[in-house]
Design a protein around this ligand. Sequence first.
Ligand SMILES: [Zn+2]
Length: 302
Amino acid sequence: MRAIVTGSAAGGGFPQWNCGCDGCVAVREGRPGFTSRTQDSLAVTSDGERFALVNASPDVLAQIQATPALWPRAKRHSPIGAVVLTNGDMDHILGLFSMRESQPFALYATASVWAGLEASVLLRTLKRFDGQVVFRPLALGTEIELRDAAGDSLGVRVLPFAVPGKLPVHLIGRSASSSEDNVGLSLREVDAHDSPALTYAAACANLNGVDLSGCSVLLFDGTFYAEDELVRQSLSQSVAKDMAHMPISGPYGSLEGLASVAARKIYTHINNTNPILGPGEERRAVEAAGWEVAVDGMEISW
Ligand SMILES: [Zn+2]
């Protein structure tokens, strides 16, 4: 099994178009140790020919262009047979609307995420003909084999599990929240029964009820380094908790909370304000604790 991190930044990307924080300035200026990143997405494959895309980033077209494995093999073709959504946040769904051009694919999401999409008139662009986008529901705790729109297997199994999160900002006040609003995924090869898993949880408010101990590779929420990162940088009144992301550092942070997980551990979905995007002490602290920091184009085998 192989995954390509097609995007490793949180919503907004790195740099973010309207941001002049220290990190965004540094990456714009090309300072050593700073690398630009597009918004969070992952391409997963078992054979290198057929791919499932985990989340459809607003940057999906540039991500496909930057990833030769995702280029068409024929005049009208895409190796991407399915898109799997982990929540309905804009940085995870906007790319769907760039994936038109009458290309069929399967779309996997929980019922609540699907209901949020259905509320958008834009979804009609993906329903121009029967079978353009085939919706297949994800149910918490039920492992399924991913298939393309025609029903052919992609060679990947996925187990969705509930992760504390929140409704997408555009649906707050419009829908009731549900345990299906935000999920993590365990991804394995389809045939081998106890095959190792890559677990992906790019948005995680806390670890209550979340068991990440059994995976071989963990891609985890690296949005914020500190709980009050945005407040300290005078960018927002919101702390990490308000945005349903647990910080990396501190007593309730993921460095401490996931210290006992033996997997290869990688932070992704990293906000442009997060100092681990630079070469300083915070970056050294996560690396000293055994974590890697995802970058676009990173390849992971498991
Ligand atoms: Zn910034």
